[in-house]
Structures are given as structure tokens and as C-alpha cells.
Design a protein around this ligand. Structure first.
Ligand code: HEC
Ligand code: HEC
Ligand code: HEC
Length: 78
């Protein structure tokens, strides 16, 4: 899996969604289309809000200061 600039527990999230891959991969398994800030925030933050679980504050996801441009790459855990 590609490296995100922040930690994301893919396996834990698979289980959280009962392995419903399409909830995050609507157009098929693999790279998510137009992946980036907008797509990520729409996907990640909206679900955390909906479920009232999971981080919704910037710094909860971006452990590295946002002002530093989030350039520090953390390999995505599997
Ligand atoms: C639920 C987790 C989460 C929250 C909360 C969150 N983000 Fe993000 N953000 C992401 C993800 C995932 C990406 C895509 C990064 C990637 O693909 O490496 C991203 C990308 C970004 C980027 C672009 C980074 C780059 O290097 O391209 C910026 C800037 C950013 N977020 C700022 C913010 C700010 C400001 C807030 C608060 C208003 C915020 N984020 C809240 C998860 C989150
Ligand atoms: C909670 C959201 C979420 C769920 C559920 C999810 N994924 Fe992912 N997955 C992601 C994110 C985010 C990425 C990294 C996005 C990117 O790099 O385009 C990713 C990346 C991947 C990649 C690597 C793509 C690449 O080429 O780098 C594969 C393969 C993958 N997921 C398969 C699956 C399968 C199979 C399931 C269901 C069992 C699943 N995913 C469920 C969010 C999710
Ligand atoms: C389908 C709903 C859903 C989506 C989409 C989703 N999450 Fe979550 N996430 C959750 C839930 C629910 C929790 C709380 C899990 C718990 O507390 O047991 C959580 C917890 C987390 C946590 C804290 C616990 C951990 O596993 O590290 C992080 C960080 C996180 N999510 C990041 C992300 C990022 C980044 C994305 C987008 C790539 C994302 N989430 C997309 C539902 C989702």
C-alpha cells in the first residue's frame, strides 16, 4: 500500500467496516481515485463524525505539525 503522510491502521479499519472494502474503495480495490487532502478529509473525517468515534481534530491525525507541511512520511502500518 502506498505511504500516507500519517499513520492509518488499514487492517483495523477493514475490521471496523466488516471488510466492506467499497465503503472506502468505491470504484474498486487499489489506489483510491483522486487521493489527496480533499478526498481523504471527506472520507475519513465524515465517517468519524457519523460514528462519533475516531479522530476529527487536525492534530489527532496529523501528529506532525500541520504548519510544517506534513512532509514527514510515516509508512502506513498494515
Ligand atoms: C481523520 C484524520 C484526519 C483529520 C482529522 C484531518 N486530516 Fe488532514 N489529511 C488526512 C489524510 C488521510 C490526508 C491525506 C494524506 C496522505 O495521503 O498522505 C490528509 C491531508 C492533509 C493535507 C495535505 C497534506 C499533503 O502533504 O498533501 C493537509 C494540509 C491537511 N490534511 C490538513 C488538515 C487540517 C488543517 C485538518 C484540521 C482541520 C486536518 N487535516 C484534519 C487525515 C486527516
Ligand atoms: C476505512 C477505509 C478503508 C477500508 C474499509 C479499506 N481500505 Fe484499502 N485503503 C484505504 C486507504 C486510505 C488506502 C490508501 C489510499 C491510496 O493510497 O490511494 C488504501 C489502500 C489499499 C490498497 C493499496 C493500494 C495501492 O496500490 O497502494 C489495497 C490493495 C487496499 N487498500 C485493499 C483493500 C481491501 C481488499 C479492503 C477490504 C477488505 C480495503 N482496502 C478496505 C482505505 C480503506
Ligand atoms: C467507515 C468509517 C471510517 C472511515 C471511512 C475511516 N475511519 Fe478511522 N475510525 C473509524 C472508527 C469507528 C474509529 C474508532 C475505532 C475505535 O475506537 O475502536 C476510527 C479510528 C481511527 C483512528 C484512531 C484509532 C486507530 O486505529 O489508529 C485513526 C488514526 C483513524 N481512524 C484514521 C482514519 C483515517 C486516516 C481515515 C481515512 C483514510 C479513516 N480513519 C477512515 C471509522 C472510520
Amino acid at each position: 500500500m502506498g505511504d500516507l503522510t500519517l499513520p492509518f491502521t488499514h487492517w483495523a479499519h477493514q475490521k471496523l467496516t466488516d471488510n466492506n472494502c467499497t465503503s472506502c474503495h468505491p470504484s474498486g480495490i487499489g489506489k483510491i481515485e483522486n487521493w489527496g487532502k480533499e478526498a481523504a478529509h471527506a472520507l475519513c473525517v465524515s465517517c468519524h463524525q457519523r460514528r462519533e468515534k475516531g479522530p476529527v481534530q487536525c492534530e489527532e491525525c496529523h501528529k506532525v505539525s500541520v504548519s510544517r507541511g506534513l512532509r514527514e512520511t510515516v509508512p502506513t502500518p498494515r
